[in-house]
Design a protein. Sequence first.
Length: 726
Amino acid sequence: PASGIALAFVLRYGYRICLGVLLGSFLVNIGNAFDEKAVIHSIVMALLIGVGASLQAFCGAYLTKRYTKSLELIGFKDIGKFLLFGGLISSLISPSIGIMTLFVNQLIGVNSVVSSWATWWIGDALGIILVTPLTFLWIGEPREVWKSRRYYLIIPLLINLAIIITILNFGYKTQERELKNSFEKKVHDFRIALEYRIKEFYVTLDSLYGFYASSVFVDRNEFHEYTSNILPNMQHIKSIAWSPRVPRKERERFVESVRAEGLDSYFIKQVSPEGKITKEAEREEYFPLLYIEPFYENRQALGVDNGSEMMRDGALELALETGKYGASAPVTLIQDRGTNKKSIIWVKTVYKKHNPQIAQEGGNDHLEGFITLTTRVEDVIQKAYLNSSPMEDVYFKIFDQTTNTEQIVFSHNQEKEFSEKFHEEFTLDIAGRQWRFFFAPTIGFFEALQNWTLWFIITGAFFLATLLNVLLLIVTGQNIEVKRTVDARTKELEWEIKNHKETTVVLASRGSELDDARIAALNIMEDALEAQTKAEEAEKRARQASSVKSEFTSMVSHELRTPLTVIKESVAIVFDGTAGPISDDQKEFLNTAKRNVDRLARLINDVLDYQKLEAQQMEFRMTEEDINEVVRESGESFVTSLKNKGIGLDMKLAPDLPKLTLDKDKITQVIVNLINNAMKFTEEGRIVLMTERLGNNAIKVSVKDSGIGIKEEDLDKLFKHFSQIS
């Protein structure tokens, strides 16, 4: 509506109103999109959009005044020019400036430029087409013209506006619902895929636990062989490790036994939060990392006392309490120092006699150690991507809210703008830790799921509004025109009545002078009417005769075709020997008869075609054809006849001619007639068929012969009925 109101006020009160349009647009946009973090940026954007709105109102008013006779909008031409120049053309300005401003400031993506521009343009055009006439009902000049149209325009236009708004609102709601459903499906699919990956970790931990439960002792080689069957199928697991429980009194003996295996530099160590490696301080018990696979990539982690790390964030404590699983907070592994990669360590405790209840009865004395899986958060999330809907156009964050301080575990598309129009949140239990997931669609999400159904709705609403508005303006304009005509005629009649007496006196004084002239004029009129009547009767008789002739010709032609077909088939039966053997002379006679029958059939077809042309009932079967091929086929049908007559046939066909849309049978008929005429009037020499491409996008087909030609004085007889050139 704003664009329509702006144009109406500029048309009524002049171009100075454009400053008010600029100010109003600026205030509205600065109020809707003001960013305290980028004040100058927000002001410049709002100002540019305001300039676009005011420039559009200025151009719309200028074009409307320039091309319409009057702002009354009464005549069809004025109404059409207002809709074209004031509505459709001028409304191109504001969306062009506005969308370019939003695009340059990266508020819309490149995929949304066209659709956003078209939506803006249709909105402004609808505002002008619907709201400008409504506004003119109160401020338009001349006042009496627009005031008289109120009762006819205001209710239909308001109803039309309400219908359009309802249709567009329905379309937007439908699209929004579809977008929301699609977004929710993406999030749901991702959650299912992620939960499946987490269950894989549990299953893997249970498998390793079962391996230990079924073994009296697991050495390094056995651990390597068993895990080598797991890791290739679960590449998102970075390491599998075994950390035995080592009481303080057994620490030295444990380290010596490991070094005896060939790991001379092995010692129990700890990693500081800054990533520095130091010897582990004295403690009651240790959980040093003894086995780890893959070994080479993770060898730096050997000897790290995972117990101290796990106890700090409660992962091992949770596993000890439940006898099930535990998971660490996001940590940076020793092998990932210097990067931002976060990992999760999954824990499964192993007890003597493999009974978790022993832990509750006897404490850690019955604990043998724990199995750990290490996974990078990024790898687990990406693995879930591959098994769910694509998430490249979704912003999301994962928070660990197990403790009082919420910690960011992972973020995706954090550099992209996202919309909080609708978002999804859920919480998952990750081996005792509580992870909160937040999802929101990025701008790219809306671009990728553009709904063309909405565009059909918008376009249909636009045309509906335009047509109804044009109809209403035309009808009310005609009413005003009729009223003006009636008023003018009434004034003329009043003037004539007023001057009637004077006119009567003048006519009476001169009436006698006009009697003789009036009688002569009446005689002339009677003669003219009589001549006109005779001419009409003669024309009627001519039409009847022509109709009878056409019917007779058509009937005779059709009646001749039936016996002619019988003769043609009979000749063909005798010619091919079906009725018995015939001599060569007889074949020659039959061949002559066949040619004459074909000639007669063509003549009859020509007569019928002539009648169809005369009655304007000729039917054409248009197809796309190669004109060279049509000419070639027509010429080849005369090869035998020309050879018998001793006349040569040449074809000079232009190459690379485009295909033409034509009636092949009719064109062939014309070319055959030309060749036939050339053959008739050529005794010796050659006939040349030519095609050539002319400069004016036309193709010329020529039939040239070395015959007697046509005399110049006979050229005017060429296309006359029933005339023959000798």
